[in-house]
Ligand binder design. Structure first.
Ligand SMILES: O=C(O)CCC(=O)C(=O)O
Length: 345
């Protein structure tokens, strides 16, 4: 398929304004039906929820705008990570992910694939820097220390505000998602108090940098689905393709927007509520310039139960046994092949 045809189909990935979902008061506005502004806020809320539902049952991807992450915070994060990746490899290796029990830190191109679904026959032409959540009060083997440069806190002070702002947007998406599948509004929010969130910053090589002297096929990131709950992506240029309607459709960067997609956990979980949310295959192809992206994987609290209250669990679909995964964290550990981490907790 030509690049032009790919672009023609971008419109299949809808855009949702998060403004009504970020505002926790908007649900109560219905009370005063005579107020014009109240009913327009309520309309905005239900419009957002309906769009999320449609996107999640069809493409599994949607753009969000009015998401609360400022341009300045996003730009600072991009600037800082570009500067980090521009350093010599030996410098970046000082923060090598293999030094961290949670594999947080720097992964070089030579380190292989960095996503949980392996794609045979492809090698990923990308390097990454990974951080995750540190603080938590309960028991979670997936919270812990990050690695940051010791000499200055430039990187940390640019990345942490972005990670925090995106987690806030993710909560608004989770609120809309619960409403979209007829669960109580706070159903997911109550399970995102100490989320197992991770931020992966990526640099994809330009095509001319990609090794060609091997049998391997190289892609920026081979076709895969995400294994977690929600993914929120910012990208500085085009390169992401989404497999929908039997074709690869390009999902370009749009100024001021983030791109959201659902992972396998969301699809698995929703089946218990008799809905089939889509976790969609996607990939990254390398282009003529290096590409950078900031990916936030938002997953529930480690001990969050994935049970759906009986009154919301439809019976038209065969329900999964509630004992299949002890918690959302165990789902992730098993998908990531990290069950040993739990033995240490
Ligand atoms: O960088 C991107 O655009 C997508 C990254 C991705 O799909 C992943 O890390 O799972």
């Amino acid at each position: 398929m030509s690049g032009h045809a790919l672009l023609d189909r971008v419109s299949e990935i809808p855009t949702v304004s998060l403004s009504a979902l970020l505002d926790p008061g908007s649900l109560e506005m219905d009370v005063d039906a005579s107020s014009e502004s109240s009913s327009s806020s309520t309309n905005l809320l239900y419009e957002a929820v309906a769009s999320i539902r449609h996107a999640c049952l069809t493409v599994g991807f949607f753009y969000i705008k009015d998401h609360g992450v400022s341009d300045a915070v996003m730009q600072n994060a991009f600037d800082a990570i570009k500067k980090f990746f521009a350093q010599p490899t030996e410098e970046k290796r000082r923060l090598d992910a293999t030094q961290s029990p949670l594999y947080r830190g720097y992964n070089a191109i030579e380190d292989g694939k960095h996503n949980c679904k392996r794609t045979e026959g492809y090698r990923d032409a990308k390097e990454s820097f990974v951080i995750g959540m540190t603080e938590q009060h309960g028991s979670s083997p997936m919270h812990g220390a990050n690695q940051w440069p010791e000499e200055n806190d430039e990187l940390k002070s640019a990345i942490e505000p972005y990670f925090e702002a995106v987690r806030k947007s993710a909560r608004a998406v989770a609120r809309g998602l619960a409403m979209a599948i007829d669960l109580p509004e706070n159903y997911f929010l109550e399970r995102l108090r100490e989320p197992v969130a991770q931020m992966v910053m990526l640099r994809y090589q330009a095509l001319h940098e990609v090794a060609t002297n091997s049998e391997d096929k190289w892609l920026g990131c081979g076709p895969h689905t995400d294994c977690g709950f929600l993914t929120l992506l910012a990208q500085d240029s085009q390169g992401l393709d989404v497999f929908t309607g039997g074709e690869w459709v390009c999902a370009p960067s749009k100024p001021g927007h983030l791109l959201v997609n659902l992972g396998d956990m969301a699809a698995y979980w929703s089946e218990k509520a008799s809905v089939k949310l889509k976790s969609t295959l996607h990939r990254v192809t390398n282009g003529s310039h290096a590409r950078h992206s900031l990916v936030v994987f938002m997953n529930p609290d480690f001990e969050a139960s994935m049970d759906i209250p009986d009154e919301h669990a439809g019976d038209s679909v065969e329900r999964k046994s509630s004992g299949e995964y002890r918690s959302a964290g165990h789902y992730l550990l098993s998908r990531l092949g990290l069950m040993w981490l739990d033995d240490k907790s």
